[in-house]
Design a protein around this ligand. Structure first.
Ligand code: UDP
Ligand code: MG
Length: 315
């Protein structure tokens, strides 16, 4: 029987690139007649005419489905909405901006044929033209993520992958609102084959990620999958506690021997600042987790769709 493949594409202000994306992807699809493809485009509250473009494409191609959000809910929510509407045997997740080359489809699908549950791509380092700072932080993020949590992913892992129905169902069973897909994809386990690909520069439109946005994304990733920062505070507290006791004993002994308590305002101020800083830092880390708990307890929907031409469980 012919295998079905749903392609989930989150789109935010992609009116210029979308027609090109469908055109290029259709060319690749034409070379894979043994699969039947369907697009699930998710308009994440774009400010431009992305929705109109989607509607036009849906008229032109009957395998184009779309879901349009009531506002911008973020890429994670868009991916979730798309995944929730998939029914195919296999699901591909990719960006709309052609930075995830559709030409990789044959190789990815081959991985599934070989028996893997998932075929995911990572960007080869030499191809990255990001600034020095951005690259440094990005490296640091992958290092921290991998060392602090049980979820491991290669450096340069992107959200471009193909997964089996079974894996998609497992991903959807994770109902957290603050979704960090990179981690969730790895957390559910299954057998993933990692394929390198050459990074493509965005030709049309602009990336919607600011440096600060990426920084917050990294913090999200770490706090979603690891409680090591909380343990770090505890260990720091223990070290400081015993350290200060040792210091006090040293001062008393010195005073007993020399009979002089000396004066050390500078030292005292330094120590107070140090401890104050640590307390602030610790409260900040606790606050980060507390905030996450607070948001999760509200059990809000991950997205709200306004218009769509596809229902859940629609084949
Ligand atoms: N995107 C989205 N919602 C957002 C921001 C981005 O759905 O709030 C989509 C965007 O349309 C694209 C993908 O997520 O298909 C990746 O975004 P972008 O190209 O801006 O990120 P980068 O490639 O720089 O990581
Ligand atoms: Mg991009």
């Amino acid at each position: 029987m012919m295998k079905t493949v749903d392609i989930v594409v989150p789109c935010y202000n992609e009116e210029e690139v979308l027609p090109e994306f469908i055109k290029v992807t259709n060319e690749v699809i034409a070379t894979l007649p043994e699969y039947s493809f369907r697009y699930i485009l998710v308009n994440d509250g774009s400010k431009d005419k992305t929705l109109l473009v989607m509607m036009k494409l849906a008229k032109e191609f009957e395998n184009v489905k779309y879901i349009s959000f009531a506002r911008n809910f973020g890429k994670e929510a868009a991916m979730y909405a798309g995944l929730e509407h998939t029914t195919a045997d296999l699901v591909i997740v990719m960006d709309a901006d052609l930075q995830h080359p559709p030409a990789m489809f044959p190789e990815m699908l081959k991985g599934i044929e070989e028996g893997h549950d998932c075929c995911a791509l990572y960007r080869e380092e030499k191809e990255r033209k990001d600034g020095f700072l951005r690259r440094g932080f990005s490296k640091l993020f992958f290092k921290m993520q991998n060392s602090m949590s049980s979820v491991k992913m290669p450096y340069g892992a992107v959200d471009y992958r193909v997964m089996t129905r079974q894996m998609i169902d497992s991903i959807l069973s994770l109902s957290e609102v603050q979704r960090f897909s990179k981690g969730i994809f790895c957390w559910v386990g299954f057998d993933t084959k990692w394929i390198p690909y050459e990074n493509v520069e965005r030709t049309i439109g602009t990336s919607s990620w600011s440096f600060w946005g990426l920084f917050k994304y990294a913090i999200d990733g770490i706090t979603s999958f690891s409680v090591s920062p909380l343990k770090f505070i505890f260990i720091l507290g223990v070290l400081l506690f015993f350290g200060s006791i040792a210091g006090m004993i040293a001062i008393i002994i010195e005073a007993l021997i020399t009979g002089d308590f000396g004066s050390g305002y500078a030292t005292i101020v330094c120590v107070m600042l140090f401890i104050g800083g640590l307390i602030e830092l610790s409260i900040g880390i606790i606050g980060e987790y507390l905030g996450r708990v607070y948001i999760e307890t509200k059990k809000r929907p991950i997205y709200i769709a306004k218009v769509k031409n596809i229902e859940k469980n629609e084949k």
